[in-house]
Design a protein around this ligand. Structure first.
Ligand code: MLT
Ligand code: MN
Ligand code: ZN
Length: 295
């Protein structure tokens, strides 16, 4: 199995257009690598690929990765897209895929509803782009030999659908984790997760690779840095640090562990930070754009 991190950033990317935080400023100066927004590409044979999420940076991400370039006059190695939620950073790249090439879009019924209620996604020609419904906990196969199972993880509905008091740890179709299996490998991808319950920890422990929500280092990171008022809990993202944080809760993972969907406010993006040192000491990696995970 080959997994390419097309974009390791959370919504907004690094640098984010309106942000002057330490990390965004460092990225603008070229002191740390920039990050595009949250998308992975997965292949078993290196020829046909499935995208996990479709970020607003997808055009650039496809251009930057030679294995995703067309191999014919019109066509693409991208055969399918699988969505984990309806967030802007995960769905708007679908609009980049509108130029009359067949592909399948897999999403839960709830996420498909977001697409069908936003008529701009109608540019994906229904004669060519098949919308396939994911049923939670039921495996599907977007590429021969690759099985994916989506399961509910605690999360909230997309930002633009929030009412007065959204349920921040909702379990259902709005936020899913993906289990990717080939004959030999077992990989989990969870770019957004609000809380690490015991059942989820147990599920992740035996995996070969876990790509997990690395949005924020500490729950109060945005308020404390003056970049915004929302805590991680309010945004539906469990922090990396702290007693209930992912570093502590996932300390018994047996396989490779990688943080992705990293927000630009996360101090671990700075090479000399205490946050980076703690993450590295615990055996975790932090994803980068272009990172290849070859199993
Ligand atoms: C998130 O991961 O919390 C969302 O992508 C935020 C957003 O929609 O900007
Ligand atoms: Mn996001
Ligand atoms: Zn920033």
């Amino acid at each position: 199995m080959r997994i390419t991190v097309l974009g390791a950033g959370a919504g907004g990317g690094l640098p984010q257009w309106n942000c002057g935080c330490l990390q965004c400023a460092a990225a603008r100066k070229g002191l740390i690598p920039a990050m595009t927004q949250s998308t992975l590409a997965v292949s078993l044979d290196g020829a046909d690929w499935v995208l996990l999420n479709a970020s607003p940076d997808l055009r650039h991400q496809l251009a930057a990765n030679a294995s995703l370039h067309p191999t014919s006059l019109r066509g693409s190695p991208v055969k399918a897209v699988v969505l984990t939620n309806g967030d802007v950073d995960h769905i708007t790249g679908l609009l980049t895929l509108r130029e009359k090439t067949a592909l399948a879009v897999y999403a839960t019924e709830a996420t498909h509803r977001v697409l069908s209620e936003n008529t701009v996604f109608g540019v994906l020609d229904p004669a060519l782009v098949e919308r396939k419904t994911i049923v939670l906990d039921q495996p599907f196969s977007p590429l021969p030999g690759l099985t994916i199972t989506a399961y509910a993880v605690p999360g909230k509905i997309p930002l633009y659908l929030e009412g007065e008091a959204p349920d921040l740890e909702m379990m259902g179709e709005q936020t899913v984790g993906l289990r990717l299996q080939s004959s030999e490998h077992d990989v989990h991808y969870i770019p957004g997760c609000a809380v690490l319950h015991d059942w989820l920890v147990a599920r992740l422990e035996p995996a070969n690779v876990v790509l997990f929500d690395g949005t924020i280092w500490s729950d109060d990171e945005m308020p404390a840095s003056g970049t915004g008022s929302k805590t991680g809990a309010r945004m539906g993202h469990v922090a990396i640090s702290g007693p209930e944080g992912s570093l502590e809760r996932l300390s018994k993972l047996r396989g490779r562990r990688i943080y992705t969907h990293v927000n630009n406010t996360n101090p671990a993006l700075m090479p000399e930070s205490d946050a980076r040192a703690a993450i590295t000491a615990a055996g975790w990696e932090i994803a980068k754009d272009g990172m290849e995970i070859i199993l």
